[in-house]
Write a protein that binds this ligand. Sequence first.
Ligand code: PMP
Length: 324
Amino acid sequence: ARWTEESGWGESSVLPYGPLQLSPAAAVLHYGQEIFEGLKAFRHADGSVWTFRPEANAERMQRSARRLALPELPVEDFLASLRAVTAADEPWVPKATSEESLYLRPFMFASEEFLGVRASQTVDYYVIASPAGPYFPRGVQPLVVWITDEYARAGAGGTGAAKCGGNYASSLLGKREAAENGADEVLFLDSETHASIDELSGMNVFALTRDGRLLTPALTGSILEGVTRASILRLAADRGLEVVEQRLVMSEVLDQLGTGEITEMFACGTAAVINPIGSFAARGGSWTVGDGGSGEVTLALRQELTDIQYGRVPDRHGWLTRLV
Ligand code: PMP
């Protein structure tokens, strides 16, 4: 669908996958005025296809839109776009037994042909769909996480809480630094004090203490408000864990790994669901989380969340929306 300053949102349609036509002067190519979302469509055993908490993604996309001076897409239109694309691609939704899904990528960008710096008066919204293989083809693998002291992902007053393309462009060198140091993922500290945990390049972070508290960084404005994060806070509270959203100072977390005060850590997001963190590395050291394997509570939360998503247990929080 296309939005113009003059007429608002226009008609939407389902098109075959293929290249887009853009003016070389399209604003997005110069000023990065772009936002996106990521969701999955899951097939259930009876053949029906569902998605997980899409209203949360729709609302997050509206918040991202406000931050990037893009128009808000109504929640109903967002849901209708997921339904239309998934219905058209229904044969591509993997079998219920495969632990695979159809990945849905809604995105919105400034398409006006205009080189001046101002909010674009023409904006396009699309959804692409692609079957997503199992994230862990050989079983869940704990991550090695590199703590970068060189790069920050987001600064105060910036776009860290928005899901905009530029945030990912700025995280690429951190990811490369992690890979060059033999790690799987990069952890960004906050840009102000360079001391507390923000998040990974595409996942939120959690720590479990020996006395049953589940800690995660508070939403300070520089991290993305993950839908998986919010769901885990709920499932953990249901299990009787005390959930705490607070500032997590990296050096204190590393000390608490040493003393055994923190027993498990994991990262979470739509793609990997929940991914155990096995160890941290940084210039000047490395630290093992627990025994370096996958923690018991981490795996139980992962199982519960995927069981809900694939319809294997009752959806007691009403998190699923039927698409097809
Ligand atoms: N942080 C960042 C930077 C991300 O890109 C993502 C993935 N969308 C997340 C956290 C996790 O968010 P969600 O659980 O909504 O996928």
